[in-house]
Design a protein around this ligand. Structure first.
Ligand SMILES: C[S@@+](CC[C@H](N)C(=O)[O-])C[C@H]1O[C@@H](n2cnc3c(N)ncnc32)[C@H](O)[C@@H]1O
Length: 256
């Protein structure tokens, strides 16, 4: 968590979308927030196409909200949005950048390993992208269990997480990924001592914990969201396609 506070203070928007061309506070704010709109539109359209919809559109949580890139976009579809983050700097930034949406969007600091500040069965949807991948697996599985506790019956827990390190697949992929990750870590870490580790959780472990928490997986699809320069342009990949480095999966879970 301290790590993320450091990243947020250093170059908040770039720590969220890590296109190396935009390092050094080069993100244009309107492009940054438009990327969230595009990402949310694409994911919600995909769910609709797959005929998986939440029971209603009352309240949604954006877990690991950062600057509120996704929270703002979700407010176009849900009556109320709560963005949750462990970094005080991110929460302050999110509040400042989303003032004009304050009637629908609020932000909450959460620096513990559960979401106990929110009641059971209270959300139409919990949503998180490019966040669980940076949280140690022992904690991220706890958060997934919490997402299922928080959704109402018929609600949806939508979460993206890497499920394996694809670098093991081929020499070419290993080389490509090594170069990218090394470059990415070097860029983030220079002189600051903060880094952005990746923490996959296996598909088997996710299947088991969802079942144990009383959830049912409705969809699981590969995406390109572990690519450092995907910039919110989410793509749904075929089973045999994977982003380089880590296999990114988007899960959609419901409970009855
Ligand atoms: C890569 S950013 C993604 C932000 C946002 N989801 C987006 O797509 O624009 C990851 C965010 O997760 C937050 N984060 C990291 N660990 C967390 C934790 N344990 N609980 C809540 N938020 C956390 C970081 O502070 C950061 O804002």
């Amino acid at each position: 968590m301290k790590n993320w506070e450091g990243l947020a203070q250093n170059d908040a928007l770039w720590s969220i979308l890590t296109d190396k061309k935009l390092r050094g506070e080069k993100w244009d704010k309107s492009q940054f927030f438009n990327s969230g709109k595009q990402e949310v539109e694409n994911i919600l359209a995909y769910l609709k196409e797959q005929q998986v919809q939440p029971v209603d559109f009352e309240l949604v949580m954006d877990f690991g909200c950062g600057a509120g890139r996704i929270s703002r976009a979700l407010s176009q579809h849900f009556n109320k949005v709560v963005g949750v983050d462990a970094s005080p700097t991110m929460i302050t930034l999110a509040e400042k950048e989303n003032e004009e949406f304050a009637d629908k969007v609020s932000f909450k600091l959460n620096q513990v390993e559960d979401l106990g500040q929110f009641p059971d069965n209270s959300f139409s949807m919990t949503f998180t992208v490019i966040t669980l991948q940076h949280i140690p697996s022992a904690q991220s599985v706890g958060f997934i269990t919490e997402f299922i506790r928080l959704i109402k019956p018929g609600g949806l827990a939508v979460f993206q997480i890497p499920t394996k390190d694809v670098r093991k697949f081929s020499l070419m992929q290993r080389i490509r990924t090594f170069l990218r990750i090394r470059e990415r870590l070097a860029l983030i870490g220079i002189g600051k001592g903060f880094n952005m580790d990746m923490h996959p959780v296996s598909e088997g472990a996710i299947n088991q914990l969802v079942k144990k928490a009383g959830g049912e997986i409705k969809l699981a699809v590969n995406t390109n969201q572990t690519e450092p320069d995907y910039n919110g342009d989410v793509k749904f990949l075929k089973d045999d396609e994977a982003a380089s480095g880590y296999l990114s999966r988007l899960f959609v879970v419901t409970k009855s």
